[in-house]
Design a protein around this ligand. Structure first.
Ligand code: NAD
Ligand code: UD1
Length: 336
């Protein structure tokens, strides 16, 4: 079985390539390396002992992507390629809609042209906006609060309309919560450009000495210790979820929308403590103002994903921090 992985050199994509290769799939990656390095794919090959076919191209380059479809016969596509920084999306909305929405249009059009109708799409829990109730279920109202989230919701809507018109598609929309951690080999992990926005990469870089301390964005939320609560899901569990989604989709034509998270809410302080335990390092922190646009708490109800995919995350916050720390220690400057 041949799978096209768009954005496969990136953080979640590279971990998913490992799972695909280990399950016996052939993997073709397209990526323009805007936010990644082809080193990640070399490391995936090292971990699995298997080869990846890699095309460096922009997903919006229809001619180049058409050639990839001509040269390969795909049984399915996992579509990770996109821009993902919420703050940046507010400053560069045109780029976000162009890459995330237009890029997805091009991909789906070529899939239709070449008769490949199995697609797994990376959406985000950010489409729920600020939920009234937690845990979050798949049928909750959708109200994204920034261009990034709205670009994801647009693609979801587009895919639903494609399915309505032709029910022979097999489409999986996966809404991730907070992916974190790294492969336990320490060979691949998250490699953010510049100052990390997300919590775990920031904590890791404090631990390795790049920053003096963590700034905790508010301790006056109505949560168990006042700091923000999120659902941290180990990236390897998430990668396995993609494999299980592909398998579920292969059984019948359908459109599936699933939340992928751990189902547990953990505060910033909980994660600091877990990281201190994993690294045997003190993580100094100071409490600063709340970050604009942050919500108090978000975590998923895992019942539906478990029922539909038989998927249950295996790893907890301790394993997330142990693996993130191993990756950070082995690669203090990422893939450079
Ligand atoms: P990432 O940036 O590591 O991976 C995305 C990949 O897409 C990168 O390798 C990048 O170079 C590539 N890319 C970007 N623009 C491209 C273009 N025009 N053409 C071809 N390739 C392009 O991000 P990630 O964390 O692995 O996220 C993967 C997907 O999951 C994204 O769509 C993201 O929006 C979504 N997602 C991520 C998170 C998260 O917290 N990491 C949460 C929810 C959803
Ligand atoms: C962010 C994005 C969200 C995206 C998600 C996963 C925003 C507003 N939301 O959400 O759309 O889907 O990442 O990529 O950016 N924190 C600190 N100090 C830090 C960093 C984070 O205290 O230096 C806190 C945050 O306030 C939050 C928690 O840690 O309570 C997690 O933050 P983060 O990793 O940025 O994820 P999200 O806020 O869930």
């Amino acid at each position: 079985m041949n799978i096209l992985v768009t954005g496969g050199a990136g953080y979640i994509g590279s971990h998913t390539c490992i799972e695909l290769l280990q399950a016996g799939y052939n993997v073709v990656v397209i990526d323009n390396l805007y936010n990644s390095s082809s080193q990640s794919l070399k490391h995936v090959e090292k971990i699995t002992g298997k080869k990846i076919t890699f095309y460096e191209l922009d997903i919006r380059d229809k001619k180049a992507l058409n050639k990839v479809f001509e040269e390969n016969c795909f049984d399915g596509v996992i579509h990770f390629a996109g821009l993902k920084a919420v703050g940046e999306s507010v400053k560069k909305p045109m780029e976000y809609y162009n890459v995330n929405v237009y890029g997805s249009f091009i991909l789906a059009e070529l899939m239709k042209k070449f008769g490949c109708k199995t697609l797994v799409f990376s959406s985000s829990a950010t489409v729920y906006g600020e939920p009234n109730v937690i845990p979050i279920k798949e049928d909750f109202p959708l109200s994204p609060k920034n261009p990034y989230g709205r670009s994801k919701l647009m693609v979801e809507t587009y895919l639903r309309d494609i399915f309505l018109e032709n029910e022979s598609w097999h489409i999986g929309i996966l809404r991730y919560f907070n992916p974190a951690g790294a492969h336990e080999s320490g060979l691949i992990g998250e490699d953010p450009n510049g100052i990390p926005n997300n919590l775990l990469p920031y904590i890791s870089q404090v631990a390795v000495g790049k920053f003096d301390k963590l700034k905790i964005f508010g301790d006056d939320y109505k949560t168990h210790d006042g700091t923000g609560v999120r659902d941290y899901i180990h990236v390897v569990d998430l990668a396995k979820g993609h494999l299980m989604a592909l398998e579920a989709l292969s059984k019948k034509s359908q459109i599936l929308t699933l939340n992928l998270g751990s189902g547990r809410g953990q505060s910033v302080i909980d994660m600091v403590k877990a990281f201190e335990k994993a690294s045997s390092k003190k993580i100094p922190y100071e409490i600063v103002n709340r970050r604009l646009g942050d919500i108090p708490a978000s975590y998923t109800d895992t019942t539906f994903a478990e029922k539909i995919l038989g998927w249950k995350p295996k790893y907890d916050e301790n394993k997330i921090c142990e693996d993130a720390w191993r990756w950070q220690q082995n690669n203090p400057s990422g893939y450079e």
